[in-house]
Design a protein around this ligand. Sequence first.
Ligand code: PEP
Ligand code: MN
Length: 357
Amino acid sequence: MKKITRDELIKNNKPLIIAGPCAVESRTQIRTIAKELSKMGVKILRCQLWKPRTDPASFQGVGLRGLRWIEEIKKEHNEVLITTEITDKDQIGATKGIVDILWVGARNMQNYELLKAVARDSRPVILKRGLIATVDEWIRAAKYIGLDKVILCERGIRTGADSMRFTLDVNGALVAKHDHRMPVIIDPSHTAGRADMVPYLAYAGIAAGMDGIVAEVHHQPEKALCDASQQILPEVFRQIIENVNTISQLKYQKRPVESVDFSLQERDLSKQLTKKPARTLLSLGVRDRVGLLRDILTVFADFDINLTKLKSKHSKLKGLDYYFEVEVESAAKEKRLTQALKILREFCPEIKILGEY
Ligand code: PEP
Ligand code: MN
């Protein structure tokens, strides 16, 4: 078996596409799904042989005997890579030579003895985020394995929101990717818990710049032995891949993480917040009358324009008695100022804009 490294998996700037059923159920089932997925160019298959289930009475996976079927698939589909969740130390050795990428599931993210055992193996590892794990706990778990071997998988966490099975924590995924510089893929299937929402969550993850997706695909979802409600048909997945590839072409995502300087963005933002509002200096030529200044001030107040300076000067021009030099807190073209000036023209025969700064 040709050895593959974590960096080789994510190096080509194309989203990593991983798919397969929730569980390997039978030889025919996994071969049928593998065939469909290979046809559409999927290069990494999830082939789960051991299933950590909440209910001990439910299907627990086919176990070791499924390894033979996986071997066959690898022979039939050249270059296909296999990822399998391991739930016990013994499975690490047992899958050697067949499984290319190890996988630690959400429930075992903090099974430190398992993580240490995985660390002794050289294969890349998909590390799913625990159901209520913080990003910090997730990263520290990855450190047990070795950060350079790990691809993190955001699979939704438990929050107060219960509209779907879990809540996709895009924020957490972004922090893991940008602050900790880790590759992150997202699992829209376990997040959603329902097939119809899987595409949108996949797109959300890719639009956020994540490195790929891992989705549950089954040729007969209604007959699936676990997670039947969230598994999607191969033809739906084909569409998802197309859209995911299109979304991932967005320019901003091509920018390497290293070039994103968040501190700069923060500085820009604070500059923006402390930026002084624009000011305009006006000259209003007027004819003297009782109450004129009050009327002028009322118009500015009516349009919510703050006055920062006011000076009056005698005019030597015929027809004008005074000039009021007024500095206002507004850009010259701002609608409220142009509207105020329109009204002021009724009692100020000459209005000039002296400057804007
Ligand atoms: C799975 O991917 O099949 C699975 C069990 O997911 P999780 O560990 O995220 O619950
Ligand atoms: Mn599942």
